[in-house]
Design a protein around this ligand. Structure first.
Ligand SMILES: Cc1cc2nc3c(=O)[nH]c(=O)nc-3n(C[C@H](O)[C@H](O)[C@H](O)COP(=O)(O)O)c2cc1C
Length: 169
Protein backbone atom coordinates (compact mmCIF):
# COMPACT_ATOMS: atom_id res chain seq x y z
CA UNK A 1 0.00 0.00 0.00
CA UNK A 2 1.25 3.47 -0.85
CA UNK A 3 0.92 5.61 2.28
CA UNK A 4 1.98 8.92 0.72
CA UNK A 5 -1.49 10.43 0.37
CA UNK A 6 -2.62 9.31 3.83
CA UNK A 7 0.56 10.68 5.35
CA UNK A 8 0.21 14.02 3.54
CA UNK A 9 -3.37 14.38 4.77
CA UNK A 10 -2.41 13.48 8.33
CA UNK A 11 0.73 15.63 8.49
CA UNK A 12 -0.60 18.79 6.84
CA UNK A 13 -0.78 21.66 9.31
CA UNK A 14 -1.83 25.26 8.90
CA UNK A 15 1.38 27.25 8.44
CA UNK A 16 1.26 30.85 9.63
CA UNK A 17 4.97 31.74 9.91
CA UNK A 18 7.19 31.91 6.86
CA UNK A 19 10.89 32.38 6.09
CA UNK A 20 10.46 35.32 3.74
CA UNK A 21 11.81 33.43 0.71
CA UNK A 22 9.95 34.07 -2.51
CA UNK A 23 7.82 31.48 -4.29
CA UNK A 24 8.56 31.07 -7.98
CA UNK A 25 5.61 31.60 -10.32
CA UNK A 26 5.79 27.98 -11.55
CA UNK A 27 5.14 26.61 -8.06
CA UNK A 28 2.18 28.91 -7.61
CA UNK A 29 0.81 27.71 -10.92
CA UNK A 30 1.29 24.08 -9.87
CA UNK A 31 -0.76 24.76 -6.73
CA UNK A 32 -3.56 26.33 -8.80
CA UNK A 33 -3.49 23.28 -11.09
CA UNK A 34 -3.90 21.01 -8.06
CA UNK A 35 -6.97 23.06 -7.13
CA UNK A 36 -8.37 22.73 -10.66
CA UNK A 37 -8.18 18.96 -10.41
CA UNK A 38 -10.47 18.79 -7.39
CA UNK A 39 -13.81 17.09 -7.91
CA UNK A 40 -16.84 19.31 -8.56
CA UNK A 41 -20.53 18.56 -9.01
CA UNK A 42 -21.27 17.83 -12.69
CA UNK A 43 -17.59 18.65 -13.21
CA UNK A 44 -18.82 22.23 -13.15
CA UNK A 45 -15.45 23.71 -12.05
CA UNK A 46 -16.99 26.91 -10.65
CA UNK A 47 -13.70 28.05 -9.08
CA UNK A 48 -11.61 30.99 -10.19
CA UNK A 49 -8.23 32.07 -8.81
CA UNK A 50 -6.18 35.20 -8.35
CA UNK A 51 -2.51 34.77 -7.43
CA UNK A 52 -0.80 37.63 -5.64
CA UNK A 53 2.91 37.99 -5.07
CA UNK A 54 3.06 41.78 -5.34
CA UNK A 55 3.91 43.19 -1.88
CA UNK A 56 1.87 46.37 -2.32
CA UNK A 57 -1.28 44.41 -3.22
CA UNK A 58 -0.59 41.97 -0.39
CA UNK A 59 -0.46 44.89 2.05
CA UNK A 60 -3.85 46.14 0.88
CA UNK A 61 -5.30 42.65 1.31
CA UNK A 62 -3.64 42.35 4.74
CA UNK A 63 -5.60 45.38 5.90
CA UNK A 64 -8.87 43.53 5.29
CA UNK A 65 -8.33 40.83 7.91
CA UNK A 66 -7.58 40.37 11.56
CA UNK A 67 -4.89 37.97 10.29
CA UNK A 68 -3.02 40.68 8.39
CA UNK A 69 0.27 39.66 10.01
CA UNK A 70 0.00 36.26 8.27
CA UNK A 71 -0.77 37.89 4.91
CA UNK A 72 2.21 40.23 5.31
CA UNK A 73 4.56 37.38 6.25
CA UNK A 74 3.42 35.17 3.35
CA UNK A 75 5.33 35.11 0.06
CA UNK A 76 2.16 34.74 -1.98
CA UNK A 77 -1.60 34.55 -1.74
CA UNK A 78 -4.16 32.67 -3.74
CA UNK A 79 -7.63 34.19 -3.59
CA UNK A 80 -10.16 31.47 -4.38
CA UNK A 81 -13.47 32.51 -5.91
CA UNK A 82 -16.68 31.01 -7.17
CA UNK A 83 -18.00 32.49 -10.38
CA UNK A 84 -21.66 33.16 -9.57
CA UNK A 85 -22.42 33.15 -13.31
CA UNK A 86 -21.08 29.61 -13.56
CA UNK A 87 -22.79 28.00 -10.54
CA UNK A 88 -25.49 25.36 -10.85
CA UNK A 89 -26.22 24.40 -7.24
CA UNK A 90 -25.16 26.53 -4.28
CA UNK A 91 -24.38 23.73 -1.84
CA UNK A 92 -22.54 21.58 -4.36
CA UNK A 93 -20.55 24.48 -5.78
CA UNK A 94 -19.53 25.60 -2.26
CA UNK A 95 -18.50 22.04 -1.44
CA UNK A 96 -16.43 21.98 -4.62
CA UNK A 97 -14.63 25.15 -3.53
CA UNK A 98 -13.71 23.45 -0.25
CA UNK A 99 -12.31 20.43 -2.06
CA UNK A 100 -10.35 22.75 -4.33
CA UNK A 101 -8.85 24.66 -1.41
CA UNK A 102 -7.82 21.48 0.42
CA UNK A 103 -6.17 20.18 -2.77
CA UNK A 104 -4.12 23.37 -2.92
CA UNK A 105 -3.05 23.13 0.72
CA UNK A 106 -1.86 19.56 0.14
CA UNK A 107 -0.09 20.56 -3.07
CA UNK A 108 1.73 23.32 -1.19
CA UNK A 109 3.04 20.72 1.29
CA UNK A 110 4.18 18.51 -1.57
CA UNK A 111 6.20 21.47 -2.90
CA UNK A 112 7.74 21.98 0.56
CA UNK A 113 5.69 25.11 1.04
CA UNK A 114 3.15 25.72 3.75
CA UNK A 115 -0.12 27.53 3.77
CA UNK A 116 -3.17 28.48 5.73
CA UNK A 117 -6.79 28.81 4.69
CA UNK A 118 -7.96 32.30 5.68
CA UNK A 119 -11.70 32.65 6.09
CA UNK A 120 -12.02 35.58 8.47
CA UNK A 121 -11.21 37.93 5.57
CA UNK A 122 -14.58 37.05 4.00
CA UNK A 123 -16.23 39.68 6.16
CA UNK A 124 -14.48 42.22 3.90
CA UNK A 125 -14.86 40.29 0.65
CA UNK A 126 -16.33 43.29 -1.22
CA UNK A 127 -13.22 45.33 -0.36
CA UNK A 128 -10.96 42.49 -1.49
CA UNK A 129 -12.76 42.45 -4.86
CA UNK A 130 -12.29 46.21 -5.13
CA UNK A 131 -8.56 45.92 -4.39
CA UNK A 132 -8.19 43.17 -6.99
CA UNK A 133 -10.42 45.04 -9.47
CA UNK A 134 -12.85 42.14 -9.84
CA UNK A 135 -16.54 42.14 -10.70
CA UNK A 136 -19.44 41.18 -8.41
CA UNK A 137 -19.82 37.85 -10.21
CA UNK A 138 -16.76 36.58 -8.33
CA UNK A 139 -17.59 35.51 -4.76
CA UNK A 140 -14.57 35.14 -2.49
CA UNK A 141 -14.38 31.75 -0.76
CA UNK A 142 -10.99 32.03 0.93
CA UNK A 143 -7.54 33.49 0.71
CA UNK A 144 -4.71 30.99 1.01
CA UNK A 145 -1.51 32.48 2.44
CA UNK A 146 1.57 30.60 1.25
CA UNK A 147 5.28 30.59 1.95
CA UNK A 148 8.20 28.48 3.05
CA UNK A 149 7.53 27.33 6.62
CA UNK A 150 9.68 28.96 9.28
CA UNK A 151 9.38 25.78 11.34
CA UNK A 152 7.30 22.64 11.64
CA UNK A 153 6.38 22.86 15.31
CA UNK A 154 2.65 23.28 14.65
CA UNK A 155 0.39 21.11 16.74
CA UNK A 156 -3.27 20.43 16.11
CA UNK A 157 -5.84 18.12 17.60
CA UNK A 158 -9.02 16.42 16.45
CA UNK A 159 -12.07 15.23 18.29
CA UNK A 160 -11.88 11.49 18.95
CA UNK A 161 -13.15 9.25 16.19
CA UNK A 162 -15.59 7.67 18.66
CA UNK A 163 -17.36 11.02 18.93
CA UNK A 164 -17.39 11.61 15.17
CA UNK A 165 -18.18 8.19 13.79
CA UNK A 166 -21.82 8.18 14.80
CA UNK A 167 -22.69 4.70 13.59
CA UNK A 168 -21.02 1.69 12.01
CA UNK A 169 -23.78 -0.46 10.63
C1 LIG B 1 -13.24 27.61 6.55
C2 LIG B 1 -11.93 27.84 7.27
C3 LIG B 1 -11.60 29.13 7.67
C4 LIG B 1 -10.38 29.37 8.32
N1 LIG B 1 -10.04 30.66 8.62
C5 LIG B 1 -8.86 30.91 9.22
C6 LIG B 1 -8.46 32.26 9.47
O1 LIG B 1 -9.14 33.23 9.11
N2 LIG B 1 -7.27 32.45 10.09
C7 LIG B 1 -6.45 31.41 10.46
O2 LIG B 1 -5.38 31.67 11.01
N3 LIG B 1 -6.80 30.12 10.22
C8 LIG B 1 -7.97 29.85 9.61
N4 LIG B 1 -8.32 28.55 9.32
C9 LIG B 1 -7.42 27.45 9.68
C10 LIG B 1 -7.93 26.66 10.90
O3 LIG B 1 -7.76 27.44 12.05
C11 LIG B 1 -7.17 25.33 11.00
O4 LIG B 1 -7.38 24.56 9.84
C12 LIG B 1 -7.61 24.51 12.24
O5 LIG B 1 -7.27 25.18 13.42
C13 LIG B 1 -6.98 23.12 12.26
O6 LIG B 1 -5.55 23.22 12.22
P1 LIG B 1 -4.69 22.48 11.09
O7 LIG B 1 -5.09 23.08 9.76
O8 LIG B 1 -3.24 22.77 11.41
O9 LIG B 1 -4.99 21.03 11.16
C14 LIG B 1 -9.51 28.29 8.63
C15 LIG B 1 -9.85 26.99 8.20
C16 LIG B 1 -11.02 26.77 7.50
C17 LIG B 1 -11.33 25.38 7.01
Amino acid sequence: MNQAVLEAIRKRRSIREFTGAEIEAGKLRAIVEAGMWAPSGLNNQPWRFVTIRDAAVREQVAQQTHYGHIVRAAAALIAVYLDKNDMYDDVKDYQSAGACIQNMLLAAEALELGGVWLGQILKNKAMVNRILDLGDNLDLMAVIALGFPLHHNQKSTRKGIDKLLVKQL
